[in-house]
Ligand binder design. Structure first.
Ligand SMILES: Nc1nc2c(c(=O)[nH]1)N[C@H]1C(S)=C(S)[C@@H](COP(=O)(O)OP(=O)(O)OC[C@H]3O[C@@H](n4cnc5c(=O)[nH]c(N)nc54)[C@H](O)[C@@H]3O)O[C@H]1N2
Ligand SMILES: Nc1nc2c(c(=O)[nH]1)N[C@H]1C(S)=C(S)[C@@H](COP(=O)(O)OP(=O)(O)OC[C@H]3O[C@@H](n4cnc5c(=O)[nH]c(N)nc54)[C@H](O)[C@@H]3O)O[C@H]1N2
Ligand code: SF4
Ligand SMILES: [Mo]
Length: 817
């Protein structure tokens, strides 16, 4: 018997026996009160469906509909490959989130000014009547393009996800769609213009491929804090490191948990300057003749005179740019050559360290380069990522065992029915074809009609390509449907700007928020609909994007929900469909249970070994370690580039991109924004070299994803706030200059706002840089955020190419509060 089952059995039988033995041994004649008989404790499998990507199983024990405890997965012998998919500290505290005081219990409507947080309880009928009527009114008055659907990362179920809402909106005339996302908008553009496709090249080699490497270089990559589950990257990385002992170098402004003794070298770098480091490494490799010339000749475009596109001179080549010398064949460095001496003061890395790193990379048999998404979330993010991709390219270490082109680890995953894909298939697809960048929706509320193709990257229906055209949006956004996201306010950049725009209900006339808790975004709703939490519903979930080498499927079920007056999203959507006159189309005549059974059957058809649902309800998790083997990125291209060309226009790796040269000429860019044909270090707004802000705000602030939360999810669990202190990290040098010590309350501020937090003085962050975990809940008091929300300080200015979020580029000053 498994340990837990044994404990459960003793609780059920052993304890009762002990109690009665106690009773009879009493010599006192007075009757001793007996404990009320306990009903049997039930076990249901559920999952943590947040956006960290692992979607770990959890075992929910309950009695009479009340959760007694939540446990992790402990059902295997834990042999690596068949190991338990353990939930991290967050998933294990799920009970605290379910019973949180902030929990939304019933539908509510706003009764004060928008954003004032004044609400009144209403019935479901009133709530759904209002939502249906408002969506219809706005569609009639302004067109369906005026409706924007925001959401999803809070609840990554396969069935009851944002796809339910998307389908509902699609069937009622559609909504303004978006492209890109907060995680990797800039990154996937770097992939597209270098390797030819977006998400396909976001993912690189599996972590298991590190077994064949002798040097793992992580640029901003932090698996130990970002992939913490049993199926996550953190554990896979540690296992590979233990077994194969490859050298590990980590480049990060912070000494992260991925280091902590697992690294051989930590190279602290100033945020947003990795491209300067890479260019200096390129300089060493080129000037010492250590690039892989044969690889560059055969597989790449734009490196030197051998590989330039027709009509583009050598002076435009990468080699000429790095050497600052327009003469082919001449290795003499020009005055602006990208030498280590040039990069040192920018990056904060000594020139000798840069040269050593270049030599280490050149000497490695199989360098495995991992480029994190984080370096894309900067003001010149696309160029940061494109430049980092140059390391394996210059070395020719692409598509060979033990290497990686840079992409984040391929997440092993199983196919699953997904409502979001379903909502875009066939007749249910969105009739509105226009799309904006995900990061532009507040601007589209403020001034949608001013957003154009060439200035703002609006995508028009007849122009699948986001690259030319002179069109624009026809309307401002007038309604927002926000589901499972705190991105109306908390997670979006420049909180004060979002608050100002959304507070005006003449601009966005209607906002509905569907969530579990009253948070900063819910406060801006006109109608709030309370959703069930993960443990209160039946669904299916697979492992998602920031995940490791074990593919998982979890069958969720419940004995505790729905709690209060909450409802699963699907059922809310049925209620709305009824009121919008599209119930038959929406339900297709099926009950919620029938949909779930069909979703399971469809999933089973895609995964032949998957047991029947009855079995999975008891077993909870179905897992496979590397179901398709370890993935080696670019293997086929490397083996035969003619038979397996890349999806770029040239079929090769594009160091020089003619498409980007075209965009650079035709797009209307804001002053200081750079789109370049070559990958380049660009000193951009709020970066280290930004003249406009570096004097008033001398510190760079790095807003990492903390192990204490997933974004804003789990912030309201007091256990986690104790376990992982929300303090701004400062190097002792910077703290001394300001007379600060650990535990002091400080104000962190810039032109956009001020937050108040504790300070932690630590050499784990480099001088000149402060660091603060993103995602803390906003708590505005007299214009100062006492919650410590970093987005009070971030800019809503988009990045040049993807029009994405440069939320990691922040400059601040810090003073005692
Ligand atoms: N400054 C800064 N800002 C950032 C980032 C950064 O690095 N720096 N990172 C960005 C990134 S990568 C991302 S992905 C975004 C994420 O930002 P969000 O998408 O806003 O993610 P969360 O903050 O986790 O919000 C999830 C919401 O879903 C709710 N929720 C949880 N479970 C359920 C459920 O079962 N049903 C419903 N209806 N709701 C539920 C939670 O209560 C929460 O309000 O943040 C971005 N913001
Ligand atoms: N615990 C936890 N795990 C998560 C999440 C979470 O909120 N909490 N969010 C999930 C989601 S949605 C996403 S998108 C991913 C995000 O994954 P990432 O984007 O990779 O995460 P970040 O924490 O932003 O950055 C990772 C590291 O990069 C460093 N860094 C920041 N700027 C730079 C730079 O310019 N150069 C270098 N070299 N390093 C830099 C940071 O200090 C940090 O340690 O994580 C996922 N996993
Ligand atoms: S936060 Fe991520 S790693 Fe932690 S339990 Fe949830 S899904 Fe698993
Ligand atoms: Mo993300």
């Amino acid at each position: 018997m498994e340990r837990r089952d044994f404990l459960k059995a003793s609780a059920a039988f052993g304890c009762a026996a002990t109690l009665s033995a106690c009773d009879s041994s009493s010599s006192d004649a007075k009757p001793t009160p007996t404990a009320p008989a306990l009903t049997e404790e039930k076990l249901n499998w559920s999952a943590c469906c947040v956006d960290c990507g692992s979607h770990c199983p959890v075992r929910v024990f309950s009695r009479d509909g009340v959760i007694t405890r939540i446990e992790s997965n402990f059902t295997t012998d834990d042999e690596y490959g068949n190991h338990n998919v353990r939930a991290c500290l967050r998933g294990r505290s799920l009970r605290k989130r379910v019973y949180a005081p902030e929990r939304l219990k019933y539908p509510m409507k706003r009764v004060g000014p928008r954003g004032s947080g004044q609400f009144e309880r209403i019935s479901w009928d009133e709530a759904l009547d209002t939502v249906a009527a408002q969506l219809k009114r706005i569609a009639n008055q302004y067109g369906n393009e005026a409706i924007y659907a925001l959401g999803g990362p809070g609840a990554m179920y396969s069935f009851s996800n944002r796809g339910c809402l998307n389908r509902l909106l699609n069937l009622s005339g559609g909504y303004l769609g978006d492209y890109g996302n907060f995680s990797f908008a800039q990154y996937i553009k770097a992939c597209k213009y270098t390797y030819g496709a977006e998400v396909d090249y976001l993912f690189g080699s599996s972590i298991a491929e590190m077994a064949n490497s002798d040097l793992v270089l992580m640029i901003g990559h932090n698996p130990s804090e970002l992939g913490m589950s049993g199926s996550g990257q953190g554990y896979d990385f540690v296992r590979q490191k233990q077994q194969h002992n490859f050298k590990t170098i980590i480049i990060d402004p912070r000494y992260t948990d991925s280091s902590l003794g697992k690294e051989d070298q930590w190279i602290p770098i100033r945020p947003g300057t990795d491209a300067a480091l890479v260019e200096a490494i390129a300089y060493v490799l080129i000037s010492e003749n250590r690039v892989n010339q044969a690889f560059l000749n055969q597989y790449c475009v734009g490196y030197d005179e051998n590989t330039m596109p027709a009509d583009v001179p050598y002076s435009e080549s990468y080699k000429a740019y790095i050497l600052d010398n327009p003469v082919a064949g001449d290795l003499t460095a020009g005055a602006n050559a990208k030498t280590p001496a040039w990069a040192a003061p920018i990056t904060g890395i000594p020139a000798t360290t840069i040269i050593e790193l270049a030599h280490e990379l050149a000497d490695a048999q199989a360098p495995f380069v991992q480029v994190a998404m984080s370096i894309g979330r900067h003001s010149a993010g696309e160029n940061n990522v494109r430049t980092a991709f140059m390391l394996p390219i210059l070395l020719g270490k692409v598509g060979l065992p033990g290497t990686n082109h840079g992409g984040i680890p391929m997440a092993a995953s199983m196919n699953v029915f997904n409502m979001e894909s379903h909502a875009e298939a066939g007749d249910d697809a969105n009739p509105v074809k226009k799309r904006i960048s995900f990061f532009k929706f507040i601007e589209a509320v403020e001034n949608g009609k001013d957003l154009t193709v060439l200035k703002d990257g609006v995508i028009l229906p007849d122009e699948e390509l986001d690259e030319n055209g002179d069109g624009k949006l026809d309307t401002d956004i007038k309604a927002i449907v926000a589901y499972a996201t705190n991105r109306l306010i908390n997670q979006n950049a420049d909180v004060n700007y979002s608050r100002k725009v959304l507070a005006d209900d003449n601009k966005c006339e209607f906002i509905v928020v569907i969530d579990n808790v009253m948070n900063a975004s819910a406060e801006f709703a006109d109608i709030i609909l309370p959703d069930v939490t993960y443990v209160e519903t039946e669904d299916l979930v697979n492992q998602g994007h920031v995940a490791g080498d074990t593919a998982t499927l979890v069958q969720m079920s419940t004995s505790v929900g729905p709690m209060f007056e909450s409802k699963p999203l699907y059922e809310m959507c049925v209620g709305l469909a009824k009121r919008m006159g599209i119930e038959a189309e929406f339900t297709q005549g099926k009950s919620h249970k029938q949909w779930l059974d069909e979703a399971y059957a469809a999933t089973q058809a895609m995964n032949p070994g998957l047991p029947d649902k009855e079995v999975m309800l008891k077993q909870g998790i179905y897992r496979k370690y590397l179901p398709n083997g370890a993935y080696l990125s670019n293997k086929a291209f490397r083996e035969d580039p003619l038979a397996n060309p890349l999806p770029t226009p040239s079929g090769k790796i594009e160091i020089y991109s003619e498409r980007l040269a075209y965009l650079a000429k035709h797009w209307q860019l804001a002053e200081g924004d750079v789109i370049s044909a070559l990958p380049k270090y660009v000193p951009a707004w709020d970066g280290f070299e930004d003249e406009a802000t570096r004097y008033d705000y001398p510190l760079q602030l790095s807003g990492y994803h903390t192990k204490g939360r997933v974004h804003s999810s789990y912030h309201n669990v007091p256990w986690l706030r104790e376990a992982v202190q929300d303090a701004v990290w400062m190097n002792p040098i910077d703290a001394d200059q300001r007379g600060l010590s650990t535990g002091d309350k400080v104000r962190v501020f810039n032109s956009r706002g001020t937050i108040e937090v504790d300070v932690k003085v630590t050499p784990r962050v480099m001088p000149g840089v402060a660091a603060l975990g993103q995602g803390a809940w906003l708590k505005m008091e007299n214009g100062i955020d006492k919650g410590g929300n970093i987005n009070v300080l971030t800019s809503h200015r988009p990045t040049p190419l993807s029009k994405g979020n440069g939320q990691h580029s922040i400059r601040v000053e810090i003073q005692r509060a």
